[in-house]
Design a protein around this ligand. Structure first.
Ligand code: NDP
Ligand code: 2IT
Length: 473
């Protein structure tokens, strides 16, 4: 095809936008990967990576279904109707795999952006999983357990005919954790008339779940950050007086900002603290809670209880012991000092302004726990300011990787111990870092993990699609 690389990139984006009008987040995610891959396109030789990209950016299948569910308020019962989505984006490497999101902001665009990212993330794990994502508009805040159960059951009524252990294996995401997976699995079994554990991951260990799946995304985020700290020799960034003991314990003395207070944030914090780091913030959609000296173990326990049992707001944390609550503010607006930032709430939470605050506050490492938490312009800015930027597709892959380990255990009809799963998870995260770093190095940009992760993930899918004959006339 004629034209410069820039012209072809523009053309791919224009065509995709024409086929998927008004889907901003999806376009943002595609543009991020497409533009970052320029060094690959410039060296494509006989291959047509750009042509392949335009194929891979189109979902293999988009499923939409009606979901009706009741709520029971003070005025009586009400029936709600919403749209359920499952985007089966790419099956080159295995069954479609990715979470389900229940949140008021869900749209087809959000699910497509998440499904698109999932393809490359899953490829990086080196496990046999394709990419997919699903969900619906639903606000779990203030809903009773029965209302949540009924939504889950009604969602599964629409979804069950489209999924299966060898076809498509959903899991959790925002608003979907162990409780919701349990209710959805229960309904799946009822509808199919037989158990089939491998159809969902993130199940409780009471009925087929893997040890350490709840912890996996947060722990994995910290494991890959450790790999980066080792590789880039982070000690040199620390002032002399803070270096004592760091060699034995990589997080010792490091100040870490975490956003969100859900699954990813909680277990990232737990691992950072276990490794000696100071976690100085958590947040939710109503505000941020900070601690200058770092949250204590008791305070972390309180947060776990607040979020997983009471299902309350971070504003309800007892502020007596040095905690401060900032109503309506995100972590990144506050201009806090830190060494490491682990955004773990939602997409586009770090804007250019937030990125500038981070740089001004001395942050030198950003590792993304959430999917696409940083706007494209903020990523470009951060890459010129911080020493280590680990993009979501690499940094938060521990969750889906452990989901794939759950699938393997379910197929083999056995269970591994926590130690076995933890060792495998650590190995996978180490390998993802090494793959992204090596790919970046091969293109003479060893600092550019955004390029390294995107290129390594893309090339795996490209090779599979090419071999399957999907890229030829
Ligand atoms: P949870 O539902 O457990 O927690 C989400 C957290 O983020 C909550 O604190 C929530 O606050 C906050 N949040 C969500 N949406 C918004 C918003 N629009 N504005 C401000 N805060 C918001 O989800 P997870 O921890 O599982 O997911 C967090 C991120 O990590 C997401 O981007 C998800 O895609 C990603 N991720 C999750 C994985 C997993 O295994 N769970 C794996 C890989 C990535 P509130 O309660 O007020 O809404
Ligand atoms: O974004 C993600 O990788 C997830 N929400 C986890 C998906 C999964 O299938 O475990």
């Amino acid at each position: 095809m004629a034209g410069t690389i820039e012209e072809r990139i523009e053309e791919i984006l224009r065509a995709l936008k024409g086929r998927h009008p008004g889907q901003e987040e999806f376009m943002q995610a595609v543009e991020e990967v497409l533009v970052s891959l320029k060094p690959l396109f410039e060296n494509q030789g006989e291959e047509d990576y750009l042509g392949a990209f335009s194929v891979i950016a189109e979902p293999e299948r988009v499923i939409k279904f009606r979901v009706q569910y009741p709520t029971f308020g003070p005025e009586g019962a009400e029936l709600h109707t919403t749209t359920g989505y499952r985007v089966q984006f790419n099956s080159a490497l295995g069954p479609y795999k990715g979470g389900l999101r229940f949140h008021p902001s869900v749209s087809e665009s959000i699910i497509k952006f998440l499904g698109f990212e999932q393809i490359f993330k899953n490829a990086l794990t080196n496990l046999p999983i394709g990419g997919g994502k699903g969900g619906c508009v639903f606000d779990p805040k203030g809903k009773s357990d029965s209302e949540v159960r009924m939504l889950c059951e009604h969602f599964m009524k629409g979804l069950y005919r489209h999924i299966g252990p060898n076809l498509d294996v959903p899991a959790g995401d925002i608003g979907v954790g162990g409780r919701e997976i349990g209710y959805m699995y229960g309904e799946y079994v009822r509808l199919k008339g037989q158990p089939d554990m491998g159809v969902l991951t993130g199940k409780s260990t009471d009925f087929g779940g893997s040890k350490l799946r709840p912890e996996a995304t947060g722990y994995g985020l910290v494991y890959i950050t450790l790999e980066a700290l080792k590789k880039y020799n982070h000690y040199r960034y620390l002032p002399e007086e803070r270096r004592a003991g760091v060699a034995e314990n990589c997080f010792k003395g490091l100040k870490v900002l975490i956003s969100g207070s859900g699954n990813v944030a909680q277990f990232a914090a737990q691992k950072v603290m276990e490794l000696g780091g100071q976690v100085c913030s958590f947040s939710d959609s109503t505000g941020t809670i900070t601690s200058t000296e770092g949250f204590s173990e008791d305070q972390l326990k309180e947060l776990f209880h607040l979020k997983n049992v009471k299902r309350g707001r971070v504003s309800e944390m007892s502020t007596a012991e040095g905690l401060e609550y900032h109503a309506g503010k995100s972590v990144w607006e506050l201009g806090l000092n830190c060494d490491i930032a682990l955004p773990s709430a939602t997409q586009n939470e770090i804007t250019l302004e937030g990125a500038k605050n981070l740089a001004a506050g001395g942050c030198w490492c950003v590792a993304e726990g959430a999917n696409m938490p940083t706007t494209n312009e903020a990523v470009d800015y951060l890459k010129t300011k911080v020493d280590i930027y680990i993009p979501a597709k690499a940094a938060n892959a521990g969750g889906v990787a452990t989901s794939a380990l759950e699938m393997a255990q379910n197929s083999a009809r056995l269970f591994w111990s926590s130690e076995e799963v933890d060792e495998k998870l650590n190995g996978i995260m180490t390998n993802i870092f090494a793959t992204a770093y090596k790919t970046a190095q091969e293109f003479d940009r060893p600092w550019d993990l955004q390029f390294g992760a995107n290129a390594a993930g893309f090339l795996k899918v490209y090779k599979a699609y090419k071999a399957m004959g999907y890229l030829k006339f």
